[in-house]
Every structure is written in structure tokens, then in C-alpha cells.
Design a protein around this ligand. Structure first.
Ligand code: CA
Length: 237
């Protein structure tokens, strides 16, 4: 992260909610940009390169899902937090599958949003190089900590910040099984109270990118009653 204030783009068509979020983020030392529709959001994302995007699902013309996908495609490392209305469970999950890092259900406590933003930014900062020119390698997998890239058989696989942070945890501890709770603590921090399903959704996304057959995963194994572990292929490599 650069030393200046983190830039947050708030995308919400309801002016009262948008202003309310903006005021609270400003008060907590974030630089805030506001967009009231998807098109403006995409343009602002392109021009201002925000660190975080707070993105409402229900937007006129281009909806939040589409905006999410396009921003993710444009900026693989931006933190995207979706805002959903109560009861939009499917929407939450879809939001995550489209590349969002987190979601919040409206109405929410603005301080909770601030906490989520900070947790996600910390997670992002934690994989900014701590080791110079460091690589983590496991069988055919390679994690470039400095370049923040991930490779399988020397071919790059593009990961979101959350997926990258999770692979880093796995690759530091191959063969170790992690519970969803442990994974959440490692990736999002101890004071984060998110939905454990978020871990499952991210695992599914990683498998889709990593596995030859995501329905019969050979790299990331489900450990019954526990969670997940990086097993690798062959078993005796
Ligand atoms: Ca809305």
C-alpha cells in the first residue's frame, strides 16, 4: 500500500445511503469517491484506481454484478465489497463468485463497514512483499511473493487478493489441514467476523482455476469434519 489515504469508491444510486457511507469513511480517514450508477463507477475505477470499491448490487442500467466483473477484470487486486439487501442470499454468493472479496447486508453499522474495509486492506498488505524476491514452491505450484503472481507448471493463473492470500497460507503449510475458522483468521485477521461460507466460495473459485477437474480436486482436498488442505498430486512427490 502507498502511504497516502486509501481510496474508496462508493457505488450506490440511493443518494442518502451513498452520502452516509461517504461521510463515515471520510471521518475514518479514507479518501472517498462516489458514483451513482455502474457506468460512472467503471469510468471512475479506470481513472482513479481505487484501493477499495463498495458496490451496491441494485443499480440502474448496469447492475452491481456486471460492474463487479468488469472492475475485477480491469483491476485484479482491488478490494471489492458488495452491498446487498436483506434476504438476497443467492446474490451474496453470486457476488463473491464474480470476484468480490466480501459483502455486507443492508442496513449495516457504518463502523462495521470500516472494520471490513480495514481487514480486507490488511489482508492485501500482508501479501505485499515481506521477503525480497521470495518464492513459495510446492510441486508444480509457484507463488511469487514479490510480483504477487501465481503459477502452475510455469503458467500464470490470475488470482484475486483473497485467493492469493489463501494460496499463500496453503503453500506455507502444505499437507496441513485448515479449518474454515483458521483460514479466515489467517486471511482476514482475528477480529473479522465474516461468514465462513466465504471460505468455501473462494476454495471453489481457486479449484476452478487450479484443478484439471474441479469436481474431483487433486490439489486442494476437502478434509471431512475439518476443512481443506493442500495435498498436491501424486501424494509422494
Ligand atoms: Ca441501490
Amino acid at each position: 500500500m502507498q502511504t497516502g489515504k486509501a481510496k474508496v469508491l462508493v457505488v450506490e444510486d440511493e443518494a442518502s445511503i451513498r452520502k452516509f457511507i461517504g461521510i463515515n469513511l471520510n471521518r475514518n480517514d479514507f479518501a472517498v469517491l462516489e458514483a451513482e450508477d455502474g457506468e460512472t463507477a467503471l469510468e471512475m475505477a479506470r481513472n482513479f484506481a481505487p484501493d477499495v470499491v463498495i458496490l451496491d448490487v441494485m443499480l440502474p442500467s448496469i447492475d452491481g454484478f456486471e460492474v463487479c466483473m468488469q472492475i475485477r477484470r480491469m483491476m485484479p487486486r482491488v478490494v471489492i465489497i458488495m452491498l446487498t439487501a436483506k434476504g438476497e442470499d443467492m446474490d451474496k454468493i453470486m457476488g463473491l463468485e464474480l470476484g468480490a472479496d466480501d459483502y455486507m447486508v443492508k442496513p449495516f453499522n457504518p463502523l462495521e463497514l470500516v472494520a471490513r474495509i480495514r481487514a480486507n486492506l490488511r489482508k492485501l498488505a500482508s501479501y505485499v512483499p515481506q521477503v525480497k524476491a521470495g518464492f513459495l514452491c510446492f510441486q508444480q505450484l509457484k507463488l511469487d511473493l514479490e510480483g504477487q503472481r501465481f503459477y502452475k507448471n510455469e503458467e500464470e493463473i490470475e488470482l484475486t487478493p483473497t485467493e492469493f492470500a489463501m494460496m499463500k497460507v496453503f503453500m506455507k503449510n502444505p499437507q496441513k489441514a485448515f479449518t474454515r475458522d483458521e483460514m479466515m483468521n489467517h486471511v482476514w485477521g482475528r477480529n473479522y467476523f465474516g461468514d465462513l461460507k466465504t471460505v468455501d466460495v473462494n476454495i471453489r473459485r481457486i479449484r476452478e482455476k487450479l484443478e484439471d477437474d474441479p469436481s474431483a480436486p487433486r490439489w486442494i482436498e476437502t478434509v471431512w469434519g475439518i476443512g481443506y488442505r493442500l495435498k498436491g498430486t501424486g501424494g509422494n512427490a
